[in-house]
Design a protein around this ligand. Structure first.
Ligand SMILES: O=C(O)c1ccccc1NCC(=O)[C@H](O)[C@H](O)COP(=O)(O)O
Length: 241
């Protein structure tokens, strides 16, 4: 059976690696230097890094130089997220050498542009479907942006390669992933799905791994690693079989 990919997260705010609760600005706990965090995950055996520019996502500036430094330093695959909404921000993100970017707000507000860049860049573009219930949220998860399943159908028809699915109510809470949401999204699309938000234990990772046959490809893990609920080595071992 294909194993679940794990993507440890480094979310950057004001130059620091942080964790948020429900993705809310102001709920930060700081974990220091983002490059040190990223190198620690790489050293522990990660094959992927999920790297987020939270200031760019919230519109409170950006950490572009810091993010580029981290992405360029990594020997592993990097998924870059946060504030990638137009030609300039996309070009800067892709120029870091990241494996793929994750578009969120743009998929809700400028669908024609997203269709164009999906056609141009194929597998290097993923779309983040960040939801409360089945309502999508954009602009750093602060504004409603339409229905999950209608948007998914549109993006599928435009050839979107993969989706990063986050239940905002779970994100940063250590309350477990929303397995029902993940299964429902997998049932609605034949594209791979990366699960994000709420992982608290190795059992949560095993539960997400049980959805691999349905289309879940990976899981982003943030708070649980920073809170030392388990180590990345233990997580990789738990999903290796
Ligand atoms: O990814 C974004 O663009 C983003 C925008 C605004 C707030 C948060 C955002 N991302 C957060 C993440 O991707 C988390 O790192 C990830 O969901 C991990 O969650 P958890 O394991 O619950 O800490």
């Amino acid at each position: 059976m294909t194993k679940l990919e794990l993507l440890p997260a480094v979310d950057v705010r004001d130059g620091q690696a942080v964790r948020l609760v429900h993705g809310e600005s102001g709920s930060e706990t700081s974990y220091g230097d983002p490059l040190a965090a990223a190198l620690a995950w790489q050293g522990a055996g990660a094959e992927w890094l999920h790297l987020v520019d939270l200031d760019a996502a919230f519109g409170t500036g950006d950490n572009r130089a810091r993010i580029a430094e981290v992405a360029r330093t990594m020997d592993i695959k990097v998924e870059l997220s946060g504030g990638i909404r137009d030609d300039d921000t996309l070009a800067a993100a892709l120029a870091t050498g990241c494996t793929r970017v994750n578009l969120g707000t743009a998929a809700l507000e400028t669908p024609e542009w997203v269709a164009k860049v999906i056609a141009e860049h194929g597998d290097r573009i993923a779309v983040g479907l960040d939801v409360r219930g089945t309502t999508l949220r954009g602009r750093g998860w602060t504004r409603d942006g339409g229905d999950l399943y209608e948007t998914l159908a549109r993006l599928d028809s435009e050839g979107c390669a993969r989706y990063v699915v986050t239940d905002i109510a779970k994100d940063g809470t250590l309350q477990g992933p929303n397995l029902e949401l993940l299964a429902n999204v997998c049932a609605a699309t034949d594209r791979p799905v990366v699960a994000s938000g709420g992982v608290s234990s190795l059992d949560d990772l095993r539960a997400i791994a049980s959805l691999v046959p349905q289309g879940v490809e990976g899981a982003i893990v943030g708070k649980a690693l920073y809170a030392k609920a388990f180590t990345l080595e233990e997580a990789l071992e738990a999903v290796s079989r």
